[in-house]
Design a protein around this ligand. Structure first.
Ligand code: ARG
Length: 462
């Protein structure tokens, strides 16, 4: 059962085994463990450290184990300490002595460092794929809503009119940066620790560059002590995942507000909403709330990992085993949230009329009204005062600025002419904003072209 019984005279205490084992969670990367072992023995045989016959027996055995675990024929059981022991034990059972040669020139320290990197690399790619899907949905909605006017907010108070496309575009930028962060992390972590041994390399003539190449890495890592104890890439990933979770949470919060009875900007699809056991009228945005709530555990994982690492003397220490559960949980949480969020947004309907009405009622064109006066020679500070007084009048009378008669405009300032209505229409306010990054459709189209070209490149490592 154990890889290290030789120097012991007593059985391990059962509680110690339970506390020490990692197979209950590192079973998650059995495929990566097997792929790493296949690359290792392929290299050993190339270097003449292992016979070709042994290599072939081991590779066939390992492939069989993977297939049997995949199909459910072989169950990963917890009397083993970790997935590495399990695979080696089953291999030896199946192919005999060759199996006992698998671990030549290797330690579980470099093995687990490799497995985790391989696993994380795959998960980065999957997360990138989910972000890609979300961006596609957002881009589609942006194209449909270039002229859907809505209030833009500061301090959650109506500020200036924007479009739904532009508002969604802000989130597009966030998730686009998230993809960039994942790509950066992937690039920096893509070096192979295998061959670092327990901490000090090995005396066997390993070809580390070859193993690295077989496993799709950009090369071997360059310091064996760092290699077995480096978990920076996990901290970077947890940080990137925390930022993704934060973005999803902000967006969820807005959707919850938009879906409230007071706003009614959006309507959640029934298939993405839940009801109340007591209040028959309720249709609740539980999914958005859960996504917002799950942010906490992702942040928690980042803080845990930073704390695990802060006192670890070189090189490997068992504390490092704590990297797994929390990282797995954070990844699974964020992937789940991304998939659910994409489904929720693509099934949601937007009440464009309510949005536009809300922009009108909220004096979001007040800045443009002041600018109109500036265009007619009124100093900005005076124009600001004029419009302020008109807004006050409108609030008293329950009106929008556009509802005032020309006489009422002129009574406050004679510079107003009949073209004021055109100048402060939602359409004019928005469409005149055409500088890079602004909400006008002309500017948005240029940006959308950039996004489309990027999306054509697909996911980074598919
Ligand atoms: N389960 C261990 C981990 O996750 C594997 C490495 C064990 N190495 C050791 N020297 N005990 O870190």
């Amino acid at each position: 059962m154990k890889l290290w019984g030789g120097r012991f005279t007593k059985e391990t205490n059962q509680l110690v085994h339970n506390f020490n084992e990692s197979i209950s969670f590192d079973r998650k990367f059995y495929r990566q463990d097997i792929a790493g072992s296949i690359a290792h023995v392929t290299m050993l045989a190339k270097q003449g450290i292992l016979s070709e016959a042994d290599r072939d027996a081991i590779v066939a055995g390992l492939n069989g184990i993977r297939e049997d675990i995949d199909s459910g024929k072989l169950e990963i059981t917890t009397e083993y300490e970790d997935i590495h022991s399990f695979v080696e034990a089953v291999l030896t059972e199946r192919v005999g002595d060759a199996g006992k040669r698998l671990h030549t020139g290797r330690s579980r320290n470099d093995q687990v460092a490799l497995d985790m990197r391989l696993y994380i690399r795959d998960e980065i790619d999957e997360t990138d794929g989910l972000l890609f899907e979300l961006l596609k949905v957002l881009l589609g909605l942006m194209e449909e809503n270039l002229h859907t006017y809505m209030p833009g907010f500061t301090h959650l108070q109506k500020a200036q009119p924007v479009t739904l496309a532009h508002h969604l575009g802000a989130y597009y930028e966030m998730f686009r940066r998230d993809r960039g962060r994942l790509a950066d992390i992937r690039k920096r972590m893509n070096y192979c620790p295998l061959g670092s041994g327990a901490l000090a390399g090995t005396t066997y003539p390993l070809d580390r560059a070859y193993t690295a190449e077989l496993l799709g890495f950009d090369g071997p890592t360059l310091n064996s002590m760092d290699s077995v104890s480096d978990r920076d890439y996990l901290i970077e990933l947890l940080s990137a995942l925390s930022i993704i979770a934060m973005h999803l949470s902000r967006f969820s919060e807005e959707i919850i507000i938009w879906n409230s009875n007071e706003y009614r900007f959006v309507e959640m699809d029934d298939s993405y909403s839940t009801g109340s056991s007591i209040m028959p009228q309720k249709k609740n945005p539980d999914i958005a709330e859960l996504i917002r709530g799950k942010t906490g555990r992702v942040y928690g994982a980042l803080m845990s990992m930073l704390t695990v690492m802060k006192g670890i003397p070189l090189a490997y220490d068992k504390d490092l085993q704590e990297d797994k559960e929390l990282t797995f949980d954070a990844i699974d949480t964020v992937k789940g949230c991304l998939a659910l969020f994409t489904g929720m947004v693509s099934s949601m309907s937007f009440r464009k009329d309510v949005m536009e009405e809300s922009a009108k009622k909220g004096f979001t064109n007040a800045t443009d009204a002041a600018d109109y006066l500036v265009g007619r020679g009124v100093p900005f500070r005076d124009a600001h005062g004029v419009i302020g007084r008109l807004v006050l009048k409108c609030i008293d009378e329950g009106k929008a600025l556009d509802d005032l008669t020309l006489e009422e405009f002129k009574a406050e300032c004679p510079a107003f002419e009949s073209d004021i209505y055109e100048a402060i229409s939602m359409k004019t306010c928005v469409e005149r904003r055409t500088t890079d990054g602004a909400p006008g459709a002309e500017a948005m189209r240029r940006v959308i072209e950039i996004y489309k070209k990027e999306l054509e490149q697909g996911v980074s490592h598919a």
